[in-house]
Design a protein around this ligand. Structure first.
Ligand code: NOJ
Ligand code: CA
Length: 518
């Protein structure tokens, strides 16, 4: 198995995640769309982001906001046509940007024609497209299922919500007659179809995929050996046909995903990552209260970083469509310091739309399209002070999700013209990152202080002969740290620069700084 090489553009990529339904509505129906996104590409570029991850935009009944695909080959009409999407790719490219689609390989919607065929009692081409038991009375163990909904005598496994039947990539260790091995005809046909879908969009101009639930395709696959092998096969296909395409996994186990041929794996907000210790808990590390602790995060991060190996990357998002917005638990100056962290770590950063202006998490919204609590992080982007914050010309009650009703809701236009805004701090940080190889995705990292008991978080990023010291002290009290290295130049500072006292540095309260060192 050849070693996966990173597409060269990933090293300097800074991603912006777009939730298409909530970004910009161009035709007044209350739902964001491709033309709306195209009209805002200059805004994304202006911030400094040069890559986009767009959530699913394919035909779907939208029971899980599009993570329930009913046709992988067609754009959802509410966003536009395949031609509009092709234009979005080329408009992004003409600005030097790359764009990833969201690939949902594990399940479809119950509305998918494959599933409708597989429901039939008579055998047909799609009988084995999904994971079915051979009796309605037997449930697939360890998975939820659909049963008794057609005359097919079996139960169909589901992956997430009960309207998302699991596609069949086989079982690593089959132990029931209905469990097919990975190399059986049905599972292989599903896999080839997946390649076909990828080929279709890559040929149209997308630059790769964020892959949903990438680690759970093969069933009864305790150590993920089967799923890793499956992705290695996809890697071989991509290396041959689309070597510059990026593959980024929602997996959270870089030792496995990178082995499978992914370039980068997301640090997840669930499981053992300690991501939430920094941002989303009662006492987050990024708080002036100074009661948080980053040390367990750092220990876990270093373990994962090591497991990812030389070439694999881990990316830490500011948030996403599945969790509360960053500004729900991180406030004021701490938000700027949190961005100084996010934009100085290895792996390509991901900024969730609106986080750059501190958009709020809206509590207690009625669920929209399977969002449940997540709905509050999916409200329309706030562009300006005009009607519907510039998101749409539709009547307010027709908006996909209601707008933040607060009088002081932030908006992009005001923040662009305010030199002290979060937007301008994020923009400055992105520019500094992109100007320094040591700060890019592939640069090395070594920690000098791990943020234990709210101590500063201090690390050195390095690449070639450049070394950059990053010093973050979100706490409301000053701190000191031993440092022998010579400080050559201040590249960035917020809340005051560090001072020198012999072999110690003095770190101001509520500050962040990047320094060239020798
Ligand atoms: C992860 C996606 O991010 C989430 O929004 C979705 O509901 C599940 N996977 C199921 O596809
Ligand atoms: Ca629209």
């Amino acid at each position: 198995m050849a070693k996966t090489t990173q597409p060269s553009w990933l090293d300097s990529a800074v991603f912006y995640e777009i939730y298409p339904q909530s970004f910009k509505d161009s035709n007044g129906d209350g739902i964001g769309d491709f033309n709306g996104i195209i009209s805002k590409l200059d805004y994304i570029c202006g911030l400094g982001c040069n890559a986009i991850w767009m959530n699913p935009c394919f035909e779907s009944p939208f029971g899980d906001a599009g993570y329930d695909v009913s046709d992988y080959y067609s754009a959802a009409p509410r966003y536009g046509t395949n031609e509009d999407l092709r234009r979005l790719f080329s408009e992004a490219h003409s600005r030097g940007m790359h764009i990833l689609l969201d690939l949902v390989p594990g399940h479809t919607s119950v509305e998918h024609k494959w599933f409708k065929e597989s429901l039939k009692a008579e055998k047909n081409e799609f009988t084995d497209r999904y994971v079915w038991t051979d009796s309605v009375w037997e449930e697939p163990s360890g998975m939820g299922c659909l049963r008794g909904i057609s005359d097919r005598n079996g139960s169909c496994a589901v992956n997430f919500f009960s309207h998302q039947p699991a596609l069949n990539y086989g079982f690593y260790k089959p132990d029931r007659p209905w469990q097919q091995p990975m190399d059986a005809e049905g599972p292989l046909a599903t896999r080839e179809e997946l390649k076909k879908i990828m080929r279709f969009w890559l040929a149209m101009g997308c630059d790769g995929f964020r892959v949903d639930m990438a680690g759970s395709l093969v069933k009864h696959d305790e150590d993920s050996k089967g799923t890793i092998a499956l992705w290695q096969d996809i890697r071989t296909f991509l290396d041959k046909e689309f070597p510059e395409a990026a593959l980024i996994s929602e997996w959270g186990e870089p030792d496995k995903s990178i082995k499978g041929g992914f370039h980068m794996d997301f640090l997840l907000h669930f499981g053992p990552s300690h991501y939430n210790d920094l941002f989303r808990c009662a006492e987050p590390y990024f708080s002036e209260r100074g009661k948080g602790d980053a040390s367990e995060f750092v220990a876990k991060y270093l373990e994962l970083h090591k497991k990812a190996g030389g070439d694999g990357l881990i990316c830490i998002p500011s948030g996403n469509h599945d969790m509360e917005r960053l500004s729900f638990t991180v406030h004021g100056d701490s938000l700027k310091i949190a961005f100084a962290f996010l934009l100085s770590m290895p792996g390509a950063p991901f900024i969730y739309y609106g986080d750059e202006i501190g958009m709020k998490y809206l509590e207690n919204l009625v669920s929209v399209e399977g969002g449940f609590e997540r709905t509050g992080s999916r409200s329309p982007m706030q562009w300006d002070k005009s009607t519907n914050a510039g998101f749409s010309s539709a009547p307010a009650e027709k908006l996909y999700i209601c707008l933040d009703p607060s009088a002081d809701r932030p908006n992009a236009e005001d923040q662009i013209s305010d030199s002290n805004s979060l937007y301008n701090e994020v923009k400055k940080l992105i520019a500094i990152r992109k100007a320094h190889p040591a700060l890019l995705s592939c640069g090395e990292i070594g920690f000098l202080s791990d943020g234990k008991n709210a101590a500063p978080l201090v690390y050195v990023r390095s690449a070639e002969d450049e070394k950059i010291l990053v010093v973050l002290n979100p706490a409301g009290k000053a701190a000191e740290l031993g440092l022998k290295a010579e400080i050559k130049e201040t590249l960035y500072s917020f809340g005051g620069e560090i001072g020198r006292d012999g072999e110690k540095i003095k770190i101001p309260a509520k500050s962040a700084g990047f320094y060239k060192i020798a």
